[in-house]
Write a protein that binds this ligand. Structure first.
Ligand code: GUE
Length: 294
């Protein structure tokens, strides 16, 4: 059996079209245009590409995006002052500070400084706590995107065994909380997990988010399982640069029931969910209820 491909690019395009539709209505009915501020400190070439993509897609979805590029030498105090200014700016509904930050800046301090209502990454401890309590909140973009893909792929998530590989604050932990809310049985594994392959063999849903190229092999997969590859690893093979996931795609595609490709899987959903979070934050700022989440 060959797995069906989960087309993240197509799902993301649909989600962005929905954001655009709702943003148009917000502007017409309430005179409100959602605004996203993107802050990039330093000039990492990979970050540069992501930020440019985010800005372009935000504009296409009818959002106002404001880019703040700061030099690597920017002090922590200067960055905190900018965040303070954005927190108080009524045209800004979402603030994204691109991570990682240069080593002299305390990431946790920066995340704490963002107003929780504008924290479209969902990284502020208030939002983390609300997610873990199962309350409505701004959800981190990558796990949010994965959840939408799963909902669109599987008839029901209830009672399924989800095994997450990787316990990061950005993907693994919030993913576990979201899937618990969907009534999955959740196992959160990591680098110290004993007999990882055997644990993954029990999974109906596998979420690979460790940043190790092709870690998850074909013989780890229960036939028919749904496999979501969050990894984005840049490797050079035969002198060519490649983007590969945390899943050995060629092996797993033969065993799984459905699988996301890299690229074109989770990545595009992450950006689409960032736009959606900005829309949600803008609505929240005026007490407007947003209809359907697809
Ligand atoms: N505060 C913060 N929030 C983030 O959400 C955040 C961040 N910092 N720092 C960097 C990572 C990385 N990230 C990606 C988003 C989309 C793709 C994406 O769309 N990837 C394409 C391929 C892109 C390519 O070809 O390089 C795909 O998978 O199809 C990748 C990576 C968000 N991040």
């Amino acid at each position: 059996m060959t797995a069906s491909l989960i087309d993240g690019k197509a799902h993301a395009a649909k989600l962005r079209a929905d954001v655009r539709h709702q943003a148009t209505r917000l502007l017409q009915e309430y005179g409100l245009q959602p605004g996203l501020a993107i802050v990039l400190v330093g000039s990492d070439p990979a970050s540069d590409v992501y930020v440019r993509n985010k800005v372009r897609q935000a504009a296409e979805a009818g959002l106002a995006s404001l880019e703040h590029r700061l030099p690597t030498e920017t002090s922590e105090a200067e960055l905190l002052a900018l965040i303070e200014q954005l927190n108080g700016d009524p045209a800004v509904h979402g603030i994204l500070v691109q991570l990682p930050l240069p080593a002299h800046i305390n990431e946790s301090k920066v995340i704490h400084a963002i107003a929780p209502s504008k924290d479209v990454d969902g990284f502020h401890p208030i939002n983390v706590g609300q997610l873990s309590a199962g309350q409505e909140t701004l959800i981190p973009c990558t796990p949010y995107g994965v959840l939408l893909l799963l909902r669109n792929t599987l008839p029901s998530l209830e009672g399924l065994h989800a095994v997450i590989v990787g316990r990061s604050n950005i993907v693994g932990k919030p993913m576990a909380q979201l899937l618990l809310s969907e009534h999955c049985t959740v196992t959160l594994t990591h680098s110290r997990t004993r007999n990882l392959a055997n644990v993954v063999r029990g999974a109906d849903i596998v979420i690979a988010a460790v940043g190790k190229p092709r870690l998850v092999r074909g013989d780890w997969i229960k036939p028919g399982a749904c496999v979501i590859d969050v990894g984005i690893n840049r490797v050079v093979e035969n002198g060519e640069p490649y983007l590969v996931g945390d899943v050995a795609f060629n092996e797993v595609v033969e065993i799984a029931g459905a699988i996301t490709p890299v690229p074109g899987g989770v990545g595009p959903m992450t950006i689409a969910c960032l736009l959606r979070n900005t829309l949600i934050a803008a609505c929240g700022s005026r007490g407007i209820t947003l209809s359907n989440a697809l």
